[in-house]
Write a protein that binds this ligand. Structure first.
Ligand code: BGC
Length: 516
């Protein structure tokens, strides 16, 4: 790998000529459906698993436990099978990312999105028509494959098709759509819970709408110029570039993509390259950000809010509409991030949110510790409202910090040559830890009781200290200048990048061999 591999872009600060053309707008709609689909899957299972009709049909033991007085409040829903219904999606998703990394590179972004759409549609059919637990789980696994393919291809597709000046905004737009998907799912659960006995089927089947939209979208859009050029279709790549940028003057950008793809081709083993010492800072940060994002405990709320509120003694209806409230707070607060991320910066958002998340969770732990014993009756109305407000305080701070930034920061820090492999690792680690939370939360709630919130607040403390000392600010730094302007300047991370500089030539090969 030549040392020049670090900066393959046009000279710093040069913007390529680009209009916001209809095709770019269609891309935004694509992002919406990919994100909506992911969010819908995240949000739908909690509400469904709190519905009695669903439990009677698939989890009769949980149904009996839920209505038995002798069961501890905290343990009503502790059932591995029930958790598997939620978590199997993420397990399948993380496995699929590895295939998705291959298909995005070799078949293109568009075809990968199409594959995702087809997985989604078949998964929705299995879920909506489920006659037994096996069909239900197979459906979730297929949806998970869809998530694995979509979450790899859609963000890449977007960042390649977007003009530079709206790239960051588009990235968070994806997260915004995830939150809208979650909110939709909560609203739909609220409505369908009143339809007996098949409301849950409707909840699961309505995922077909974003799935169909994504599939149709993938059929009609063109692949990105970067992907076409990477696969050797130079002429077509240039033609598409002119079309999406709305100008004939695309040579500078075209040349940059050709150069970038030449360098990308030199990297024989992108994943092995990722392990080189000089890529360590980005890799460590991408992996830790995903682990931290999930250990904020957000998905304990997103997946299980209705179940959680029910545990605290809310009636079914109140549980579901409380979940709608937290879902709405999630969407609105994400807008705060879209607006402020390039103004106040990533670090400030993460640090402020750290304080807010820590206190809201710690106070929830104290209130539950005092008020919800194993067999106590419901939380009184006043206390219940305070808990919902605290959950909202927690969700809002997550939504303007760890939610979008957990995805944004890894996507902007990797150098081009490892960006796509870095994206796979990011998605994979994220889904792995999402799986862990999905599979373990209800059991942890049963064993740790209110302490679960103290546990998550402890993690928030650790991640905030990490941000304070080890996360550099990446606001307003052009993507191809990160190494020079961020990593080489950082008090801690510079040792990895600097040391490597003079041994760079041929280093990749050498390390590659050592690592194999
Ligand atoms: C996370 C998801 C989470 C969602 C909540 C995303 O950034 O990756 O796991 O459910 O935010 O809004």
């Amino acid at each position: 790998m030549p040392a020049g591999g670090f900066s393959v872009s046009a000279p710093a600060g040069v913007e390529f000529e680009a209009k916001i053309t209809p095709i770019v707008i269609i891309s935004c709609i694509m992002a919406a459906t990919g994100g909506l689909m992911f969010g819908y899957d995240v949000g739908i299972s909690g509400g469904v698993t709190s519905m009695d009709d669903f439990l009677i049909e698939f989890f009769p033991t949980v149904y009996r436990k839920k209505h038995e007085d002798k069961e501890s409040n905290y343990c009503k829903y502790d059932n591995q099978g029930l958790q598997l219904f939620t978590s199997s999606l993420y397990l399948a998703g993380l496995t699929a990312t590895f295939f998705a990394s291959y298909t995005t590179r070799n078949l293109g972004r568009r075809l990968t999105m199409l594959i995702a759409g087809v997985f989604f549609i078949i998964g929705v059919i299995f879920n909506g028509a489920a006659q037994n637990l096996a069909m239900l789980i197979v459906g979730r696994i297929l949806l998970g494959c869809g998530v694995g393919f979509a979450n790899q291809a859609v963000p890449l597709f977007l960042s390649e098709i977007a003009p530079t000046r709206i790239r960051g905004g588009l990235n968070i737009l994806f997260q915004l759509n995830v939150t809208i998907g979650i909110l939709f799912a909560n609203l739909i659960n609220y409505g369908t819970s009143k339809i007996h006995p098949w409301g849950w089927r409707l909840s699961l089947s309505l995922a077909g709408i974003p799935a169909l939209l994504l599939t149709l979208g993938a059929l009609f859009v063109t692949d990105t110029p970067n992907s076409l050029i990477e696969r050797g279709h130079l002429e077509e790549g240039k033609r598409v570039l002119k079309k999406i940028r709305g100008t004939e003057n695309v040579d500078p950008e075209f040349n940059e993509i050709v150069e970038a793809s030449r360098i990308a081709h030199e990297v024989k083993h992108p994943f092995r390259n990722l392990l080189l010492r000089r890529n360590r800072p980005q890799l460590v940060i991408a992996v830790l950000l995903q682990i931290f994002q999930q250990f904020t405990g957000i998905n304990a709320i997103m997946f299980y809010a209705p179940v959680l509120f029910n545990t605290l003694g809310f009636k079914s209806d109140a549980s579901l509409y409380s979940a709608v409230i937290t879902g709405a707070v999630n969407v609105l607060s994400t807008l705060v991030s879209v607006y402020s991320v390039d103004k106040v910066g990533r670090r400030l958002l993460l640090l402020e949110a750290g304080v807010q998340m820590f206190f809201s969770q710690a106070i929830i732990a104290v209130i539950l510790g005092i008020k919800v014993t194993d067999h106590s009756d419901n939380l009184s109305h006043g206390w219940a409202i305070i808990v919902v407000v605290l959950v909202c305080t927690f969700v809002s701070s997550f939504a303007w910090s760890w939610g979008p930034l957990g995805w944004l920061i890894p996507s902007e820090t990797f150098p081009l040559e490892t960006r796509s492999a870095g994206q796979s690792v990011t998605v994979c680690v994220n889904l792995l830890f999402t799986f862990v939370i999905a599979q373990a939360f209800l059991s942890m709630l049963c064993h740790m009781k209110y302490g679960i919130f103290a546990f998550f607040s402890g993690w928030v403390l650790i991640m905030s200290v990490f941000v304070l000392f080890l996360l550099p600010e990446t606001k307003n730094v052009p993507i191809e200048e990160m190494t020079e302007r961020v990593w080489k300047q950082h008090w801690f991370w510079k040792r990895f990048v600097d040391d490597d500089e003079h041994t760079l030539n041929g280093d990749a090969e050498k390390n590659g061999v050592n690592l194999s």
